[in-house]
Design a binder for this molecule. Structure first.
Ligand SMILES: [Zn+2]
Length: 75
């Protein structure tokens, strides 16, 4: 329960447009966006370390749901 991970959103060209945060492997991101079942995934340890942009809404929701001490090392 409450296992977070990141799932990619793709641009039309097939490149990764942004990363969203999802919980328990869901296809719906925290921000409500539906993502592809075959989209690339990453553990939430990769948060703030991707070269692609991160969804700001997911970031805000994630920071609110996850204890700060596990997050702040990346800043
Ligand atoms: Zn999002």
């Amino acid at each position: 329960m409450n296992v977070y991970g990141m799932r990619a959103e793709y641009a039309g060209s097939g490149t990764i447009k942004a990363w969203h945060m999802m919980k328990d492997g869901a296809l719906t991101a925290l921000c409500g966006r539906e993502l592809r079942e075959d989209a690339a995934i990453m553990t939430d340890a990769g948060w703030a370390h991707t070269k692609e942009p991160i969804c700001h809404t997911c970031g805000a929701l994630y920071l609110r749901q996850v204890p700060y001490d596990s997050m702040m090392s990346g800043t």
